[in-house]
Write a protein that binds this ligand. Structure first.
Ligand SMILES: NC(=O)c1ccc[n+]([C@@H]2O[C@H](COP(=O)([O-])OP(=O)(O)OC[C@H]3O[C@@H](n4cnc5c(N)ncnc54)[C@H](O)[C@@H]3O)[C@@H](O)[C@H]2O)c1
Length: 661
């Protein structure tokens, strides 16, 4: 059967042969036992509703086995035979170019080179799922292959509810992930309802098909490390010879060594999972691997002496590095952490003192003890970090809930006022005031032809647009513009593509619109093929997350989620090809609401109209909220936007003289 026929058949009418569990693949850890016997029956009933009754006998036994062995029903048997990767858009079957673009993006998110646990349909972050099981994948692809531009596919947390009549201007797909009644949004609720097969954790971009591999995050990480470097620079010097310690070589964290190299420092990135170390090292994302702490010390001293730009993976626990460097008196300039602490009890954080295997075993078989070990480890990690910061290290939270979970573990992490943390989040200090408040965020695109030449042309087009813009940019955003031009100029050379021909480029509203319009013109003239636009949810307007994206909002509204909800509703009626809204992602289930969009550019006048209307809203929604919260940069940016677009009228805040209070 051809690829197209396999897509069109959906769930096969004959049972495929069972698939062996492939041990060379990076699998999701076993999830903890959470369902009662009755609930297990419910989970089976739920799973079996995708299949004809004649197969229930066989599948019930098999699915129960999966549930008992892995804590979830993935339906491994239904994993397709064909290779999983983003094909050129022309290779997808269907009646709608927009739907084909979405198929391409789904497959990219499940590509073995891109996804963290491809057989469990997890793209990144340990639990960031595209679908809950393979039946959902098969059915969704089938729906996409038959739908027209007069229909909308409705996705409930990975489950395709079906095709509903709509119209050409409507999104082709509307995605929700993990939306819960607020009182049912505790970590164990995710464990339970995900095991039942009724919800999933979509992370920020996995469940919205917009993850583009670690490149997506390299750019943001580069900006963060560069600006962290500017913060600690005493005499305008750069990061040469300076040491940056962090952890994680997973989905996003794997971008850190590369970003460290681009920013020009010595990066030490600890990672406990040998498979993750191997993957990033073989992909060239980290230069060297060291397993011994003394060797690491020697290597770092040499690198400091020679002012080398180098990235080193330490295969082991990050707590050991912090403690060892404290003991050996190695000065650390910058420090952070990117373990998956949004998911601390189920494989996101590996406690010091346990081997990788011991930890995997304990989290499934003795979750209470495992939790204690995680908390002990966090207290130790914070104690060691505190020694370094007392010596001058600049430490920042990298949006992984490190400060939050450490505080819950009783670590010495609170500031003197007992309310704030000792250390800032990267959004409070860097991303928020320097980027988000001005509208700069992780704009991205994918060349749907799959051709590297198209990506190169789009890079050139985007660079030209920015170079023209910087000529007249106000001084407030000159640095950001210059950093982004430097990034796009180096993008080809830095070989950032993993999976689809994708690019990320931080840009503000004006930049995003101008770049997108220039792409659309190039498509119209046949210079390049179709382009899919999108962005990370981790952006100006997409995400309400009090400990991350909205951590630099100080009017008390950082615990509200109106902005993210408005964003996705507004995008959907301004021309997005698909929209998504998620609970959880980044800092954890119940801690964040985030949304995003995808948009296919096909060179048409319709696409020009849509991109302008939607991108303008997509950025300025967040700027207006940040401005209402009295953020200086945002007030500046929204006034500028009102001057450029007379139809925009935003309520501006009045300043209060505190002496009247
Ligand atoms: N950089 C950002 O801007 C940004 C953006 C979004 C999310 N995050 C957050 O960063 C975290 C990491 O994301 P990811 O996609 O890389 O997740 P991931 O789960 O793919 O990778 C985390 C890695 O940390 C390793 N690890 C866990 N505990 C460790 C320990 N004690 N010592 C050494 N290694 C350890 C794990 O083995 C894993 O490979 C997540 O919480 C994510 O939400 C960061």
């Amino acid at each position: 059967m051809t690829f197209q026929q396999q897509i069109k058949q959906g769930i096969p009418s004959e049972l495929p042969a069972p698939k062996p569990y492939e041990t060379n693949i990076n699998h999701a850890p076993k999830r903890k036992e959470i369902l009662s016997d009755d609930e297990k029956k419910l989970a089976l009933r739920n799973a079996l509703r995708y299949f004809e009754p004649q197969y229930h006998q066989v599948l019930a036994k098999e699915f129960l086995d999966e549930l008992n062995t892995y804590g979830r029903i993935y339906m491994y048997r239904f994993r397709p035979e064909y290779k999983m990767y983003a094909r050129p858009i022309s290779e997808y079957p269907g009646n709608s170019e927009q739907a084909k673009a979405i198929m391409l993006m789904i497959q990219n998110n499940l590509d073995y080179a891109v996804a963290q646990h491809p057989h469990e349909l997890i793209t990144y972050g340990g639990n960031g799922a595209v679908f809950q099981n393979w039946a959902q994948y098969l059915l969704t692809m089938q729906y996409l292959s038959e739908m027209t531009d007069e229909q909308t596919l409705v996705m409930y947390s990975g489950h395709p509810m079906g095709l509903f009549p709509s119209h050409k201007e409507a999104p082709r797909v509307v995605v929700t992930n993990g939306m819960m009644i607020p009182n049912y949004s505790k970590p164990d609720d995710w464990e339970k309802f995900n095991a039942l097969g009724v919800t999933q954790y979509g992370q920020m971009t996995a469940g919205s098909y917009m993850y583009i591999g670690p490149q997506g995050i390299v750019h943001g990480t580069t900006i963060t490390v560069l600006n962290g470097g500017r913060k600690i620079s005493k005499n305008g010097e750069g990061l040469e010879g300076k040491v940056f310690i962090t952890s994680g070589l997973g989905g996003m964290s794997g971008a850190q060594p590369k970003a460290g190299n681009i920013a020009g420092c010595i990066t030490i990135c600890a990672e406990v999972n040998p498979k993750a170390v191997h993957t990033r090292h073989s992909q060239g994302w980290v230069d060297e691997v060291i397993v011994d702490l003394d060797q690491l010390t020697q290597r770092v001293l040499k690198a400091k002496e020679n002012k080398e730009v180098v990235s080193i993976a330490f295969e082991g626990n990050v707590v050991e590095v912090w403690e060892h460097f404290a003991k050996e008196n190695i000065y650390v300039d910058l420090g952070s952490d990117q373990t998956s602490l949004h998911n601390p009890w189920a494989g996101g954080y590996y406690p010091v003192g346990l081997s990788f295997e011991q930890a995997n075993d304990m989290m499934a078989n003795n979750p209470e003890l495992f939790k204690q070990k995680v908390q002990e480890s966090l207290r130790r990690q914070v104690d060691a970090i505190n020694i370094h910061t007392a010596r001058g290290t600049y430490f920042f939270d990298y949006g992984n809930a490190f400060l939050l979970e450490s505080s819950r573990a009783g670590a010495d992490i609170m500031a003197a006022n007992g309310i704030d943390f000792k250390y800032p989040s990267y959004v409070q200090d860097i991303m928020g005031p320097m980027c988000f408040d001005y509208g700069f965020g992780p704009f991205r695109w994918v060349c749907a032809s799959g051709k590297p030449e198209d990506l190169q042309k789009t890079d050139e087009i985007a660079c030209k647009v920015l170079e023209e813009m910087i000529e007249n940019s106000p001084k407030e955003i000159q640095q950001q513009m210059a950093d982004n031009i430097r990034w796009i100029k180096g993008a080809q050379e830095n070989k950032l593509v993993v999976g689809s021909q994708a690019r990320i480029l931080y840009a503000d509203a004006e930049g995003r619109i101008k770049i997108a319009e220039a792409f659309n013109q190039a498509i119209a003239t046949g210079e390049i093929g179709y382009v899919v636009l999108g962005r990370d949810h981790h952006d100006v307007s997409g995400t309400d997350s009090p400990f991350r994206e909205t951590s630099n909002i100080y009017d008390g509204s950082r615990f509200t989620a109106d902005m993210a909800i408005h964003n996705v509703i507004g995008d959907s009626f301004r021309g997005a090809t698909w929209v998504s809204i998620h609970n959880g992602g980044g800092v954890g289930w119940g801690e964040v609401i985030n949304g995003g969009f995808g948009m296919l550019l096909d060179g048409s006048a319709d696409a020009s109209r849509r991109l302008e209307s939607m991108l303008f809203w997509d950025v300025n929604n967040g700027i207006s909220r940040r401005s209402w919260a009295r953020n200086e940069g945002a007030i500046f940016a929204i006034k500028r936007a009102m001057e450029a677009q007379p139809l925009l009228k935003v309520t501006l805040p009045n300043r209060v003289d505190d002496s009247v209070l």
